[in-house]
Design a binder for this molecule. Structure first.
Ligand code: ADP
Ligand code: MG
Length: 622
């Protein structure tokens, strides 16, 4: 229930809808409650006339006229009720859809603000699955809340009041039965939720795997694992079906129990009405009113069971919604993506990054970071004993403006981690990182990332055209700008041969291009962005020698006049950098020019010897 209040607070803009729907509901329910009185009044007219004996055509005519008037009134009230219902229903649908939009946007906004490690731990398919379910269950609930629940409750309240006036024992019975009914339901709710939670887990797991399998279908197929993946998938849904069976048998069993209680109470109330009428405590007209009211009361009560079902689904669904919404955001990302009006998920401040005179382009000072800390969110134990678990420990180095610096280590040495820290994907536990003299944590992400162009090992392209991918950072770039960036990255060389040139659609994640082509598109994308700092993470490592040369040529041109931080697996590609920083287990080992380090006997020297002797064919002959 607290969750529902929070959702209401998210959807304050829907208040006019809530008010209008409540108004329609009140009118509809009130109209519904008056109809038994009209039939009751008609009955009284007739019964009285019969009681007085046949009083001639005059009396009959009067009674007939009176009854017809009452029927006309009945019709009018029905019309009002129908009108209120259909207006309320329309508003309810509109409200539901708007709520879906608002909550989805909220969710997406919050996801974009979450720290990178959230996405390291969760699978895309699972995230999507949760979003779908949460939003669907919550908005269905809200819609039925608006369209049915309220009128049900009002009708029940009306019936209670009216029966209390006419025949209080009935009201007492109903007043005892209603809480009993709700209590019986609440009793069953916990177990229902557990079943639902188990089902959701399996659905999420299946959908998470589904996404991965589709994305990596070539791997699945080449290892011949389709059948196993299919079996796993089927297994999850078999479990969902089994659990649903248990859940449903149990729920309907309890529902039957509730219905028995309901039926008994209904019989008892009818008996009371008939006995009271027979003893003359109630008139026949009153009896007609009460019988109708009691028959009317059955529908809202059974509806409550359906309604409780939906609300439980919503509670189970919103657990995930709020789990995500309550995951603490990355403060820096939060600053950038303000919730503000939320409808637009307004962008953060686009601060220009003005270099502090004399400051290095990039500066790391005593930076320490561990993935384990990031997970637990613990700041404690800084510099403590478990420094061996640090992915990066006490790292200091600087890249002067226009300088090219390479990071070298064995695999797992912390190079990628250093780049993530620089880009603000994670925050260090200790030390400071400055870009053009500004501490990273004080820059807006927009300013920070505006200053840095990146090319990763696996060019991360989007489905869309070559042009869209190159112009990702500046969608409004004109053709000449795109063509220039493409030329510098040697993209033009292969684009000419594509069926639609720059308008060729390259498939999800650029799958229709070769690795080298993808990488050149990524270089063009960075070239178009034209940022003063360039970060390369093994940008050519996955390529064959010829592609590497083409990409490297593009990169060399791109690095001109920029401050660059380069991670390269093949040391031949970094022989021309200004300085090299070597890392051993996340700690800086040596810093120096390539020729110096090549004869120092340190890590670089070691790796160089290994690469030259070990896999000459692989590294090329230089
Ligand atoms: P490199 O890029 O030099 O190969 P990384 O910076 O990727 O090294 O990794 C440094 C260390 O951090 C490794 O021990 C690696 O296993 C660990 N690591 C990297 N990424 C993560 C992550 N997302 N979660 C937990 N540990 C990680
Ligand atoms: Mg790496």
């Amino acid at each position: 229930m607290r969750a529902m209040w929070r959702i209401l607070s998210f959807t304050k803009t829907l208040t006019p809808f809530y008010v209008a729907i409540i108004a329609c509901t009140v009118i509809g329910a009130a109209a519904g409650l008056t109809t038994p009185f009209i039939t009751g009044a008609a009955t009284t007219l007739i019964v009285d006339a019969i009681g007085q004996g046949q009083g001639g055509d005059d009396v009959v005519g009067q009674v007939v006229a009176g009854v017809l008037w009452l029927i006309a009134l009945f019709a009018l009230i029905e019309l009002i009720a129908i009108g209120a219902q259909s207006i309320g229903g329309t508003l309810g649908d509109m409200m539901g859809e708007r709520m879906r939009a608002i909550l989805s946007t909220r969710y997406f906004t919050h996801l974009l603000r979450l720290p990178q490690r959230y996405f390291d731990d969760e699978r895309t398919g699972t995230i999507v699955s949760r979003l779908d379910r949460s939003i669907a269950t919550i908005s269905t609930f809200a819609q039925s809340l608006a369209n049915n629940f309220l009128s049900t409750m009002l009708t029940m309240a009306g019936i209670l009041v009216i029966t209390a006036i006419y025949a209080w024992p009935i009201a007492v019975l109903l007043a005892i039965m209603l809480p009993l009914y709700v209590w019986l339901t609440a009793l069953t709710s916990g177990r229902w939720q557990r079943y639902e939670g188990r089902k959701n887990e399996h659905v999420d797991a299946a959908r998470g795997r589904f996404n991965e399998v589709i994305a990596q279908l070539r791997v699945v197929a080449s290892f011949g694992q389709e059948r196993r993946e299919l079996n796993d998938f089927r297994g999850h849904f078999a479990e969902v079906v089994r659990t649903t069976g248990r859940q449903s048998r149990w729920w309907h069993g309890m529902d039957a129990l509730r219905s028995v209680v309901l039926a008994l109470v209904f019989c008892a109330t009818l008996a009371i009405v008939f006995v009271m009428t027979a003893r003359g405590d109630l008139s026949v007209g009153d009896m007609v009113v009460l019988v109708q009211l009691l028959i009317m009361a059955r529908q809202p009560i059974t509806m409550m069971s359906w309604f409780i079902d939906i609300s439980q689904r919503a509670i189970a669904g919103s657990v995930d919604f709020f789990t995500v919404m309550q995951t603490p955001p990355d403060p820096a990302r939060e600053r950038d993506i303000r919730a503000a009006g939320d409808e637009q998920g307004a962008a953060g401040p686009v601060d220009e990054l003005v270099p502090v005179p004399g400051a290095p382009a990039i500066e790391f000072e005593g930076v320490t970071f561990s993935y384990a800390d990031a997970e637990t969110g613990a700041d404690a134990g800084a510099g403590g004993d478990d420094s061996r678990r640090d992915a990066v420990h006490d790292v200091s180095f600087a890249v002067a403006p226009g300088e090219r610096v390479a990071l070298v280590s064995e695999s797992g040495g912390g190079k990628t981690t250093i780049l993530s820290l620089l880009l603000g994907f994670s925050a260090p536990r200790g030390g400071s990182i400055r870009v053009f003299g500004h501490p990273v944590e004080r820059l807006s992400r927009a300013a920070l990332r505006g200053a840095v162009g990146v090319v990763f090992q696996d060019a991360e392209l989007f489905s869309g055209t070559v042009r869209e991918n190159i112009a990702y950072a500046r969608p409004d770039a004109d053709d000449a700008t795109v063509a220039e960036a493409a030329r510098r990255a040697n993209v033009d060389e292969f684009v000419e041969r594509l069926p639609n040139g720059y308008d060729t659609v390259i498939g999800e994640r650029g799958l229709k291009l070769s690795g080298g082509q993808r990488q050149r598109v990524a270089v063009a994308r960075a070239a178009l962005k034209d940022a003063p700092i360039l970060v390369l993470d093994e940008a050519t490592s996955a390529l064959d020698t010829k592609s590497e040369r083409l990409v490297q040529a593009g990169l060399d041109e791109l690095m001109l006049g920029r401050s660059s931080l380069i991670v390269a697996h093949r040391l031949s590609t970094i022989a021309t950098v200004d300085r090299i920083v070597t890392l051993r287990d996340g700690r800086v080992d040596e810093v120096g020019a390539p020729d110096e380090l090549a004869i120092s006997g340190g890590l670089y020297d070691e790796l160089l010897t290994l690469q030259e002797s070990g896999s000459a064919g692989h590294t090329g002959s230089r």
